[in-house]
Design a protein around this ligand. Structure first.
Ligand SMILES: [Zn+2]
Length: 325
């Protein structure tokens, strides 16, 4: 394998900060793919023509998106599998069996590896339980979140991703609820046998979407002590407010000074839920340059963008990463 294992890279090269890619779902939308459906950005991969027809328009769009993120300086990129849980796929597409689902995931991962080449790192992207019921930005997991069987929900995706050598890291993204965080962190190496990270969905006031403070998040990790899965590599925040994100990451760093962090906020635009459009953020307080500088000061080892960030954002991020490392 051309790549140094990520776990080793983080230890051997303590100053290294990896540039992540940007918001793939929204970027596919920018490029003309209609993603408004229950499996969101998974949609291009569901049609058989994506796989059988090398000249399919969607296939070209996905390839070009990866190329543009690479050209902008991304060193670690994600599979487009945020809303690709077995539950979401089997309830909303013609793919109904575990075998067909397994085939879908393997095809997506291997295609993504082909797009990015052997030198770059590939993350198997896993959206939260809340993504299939659209509550990753409220954290409202109903009256009994402690009784949700998170393991059952994630298992088919994990079983596939654990086995695929093309993936370097698994990424649980936009986790808004403390019970889900606890569940993921309770799984040992037999369930999570690859390095993984957890990206938290954090309110702009600096608490997890369900109201848990960053100290409360830190306590879960501290309480696990050395019982924690050794594959747990990084904790961080994603799809959070651009303006508030440096302060939020700093509070996570204060609570967990020895945990490597990652940050990939959204673009700073604001989603108007009534008009269903993104509005420019007129009080954009920061530039990527200042945000990245602060992230690095707070222990970030992977930095990129989430929803509505495009290759031009990744270029600004990679320029700033070079400047500050
Ligand atoms: Zn996002």
């Amino acid at each position: 394998m051309a790549r140094i294992p990520l776990k080793q890279l983080l230890v051997d090269d303590p100053k290294k900060v990896l540039v992540l890619d940007g918001g793939q779902g929204t970027e596919l939308e920018n490029r003309g793919i209609k993603v408004a459906n229950p499996v969101w950005s998974t949609i291009p991969f569901i049609s058989e023509s994506f796989w059988s027809d090398e000249s399919s328009a969607n296939r070209k769009i996905v390839k070009e998106m990866f190329n543009d993120f690479l050209a902008a300086g991304a060193e670690i990129l994600m599979t487009i599998t945020y809303q690709t849980s077995f539950k979401s796929v089997s309830e909303n597409t013609p793919i109904k069996t575990l075998a067909a689902y397994d085939n879908l995931l393997t095809r997506i991962v291997n295609f993504s590896r082909d797009c990015i080449g052997e030198e770059k790192y590939l993350i198997g992207c896993i959206g939260p339980w809340g993504a299939h019921v659209c509550c990753e930005f409220t954290g409202d997991y109903g009256p009994n979140p402690e009784s949700i069987d998170f393991y059952q929900y994630f298992k088919p995706q994990l079983d596939n991703f654990n086995k695929n050598e093309n993936l370097d890291l698994l990424g649980f993204e936009t986790i808004p609820n403390i019970h889900e965080l606890k569940a993921i962190l309770s799984w040992d190496e037999s369930i999570l046998s690859k390095p993984f990270y957890i990206g938290l969905s954090v309110h702009e006031h600096g608490v997890l979407r369900d109201g848990t403070t960053m100290e409360g998040v830190a306590k879960v990790i501290k309480d696990l002590g050395d019982k924690i899965n050794p594959n747990f590599l990084l904790l961080g925040i994603n799809c959070v407010s651009f303006n508030q994100s440096p302060g939020i990451l700093e509070s996570l760093h204060r609570a967990l000074p020895n945990v490597p962090l990652l940050a990939y906020p959204n673009s700073g635009e604001v989603y108007d839920t009534e008009k269903k459009i993104w509005l420019p953020n007129s009080d954009k307080l920061n530039s990527w340059d200042t945000v990245v500088k602060q992230y690095i000061g707070s222990g970030a080892r992977i930095i990129g963008g989430c929803c509505r960030t495009a290759p031009k954002d990744i270029l600004e991020i990679s320029t700033a990463v070079k400047k500050y490392t």
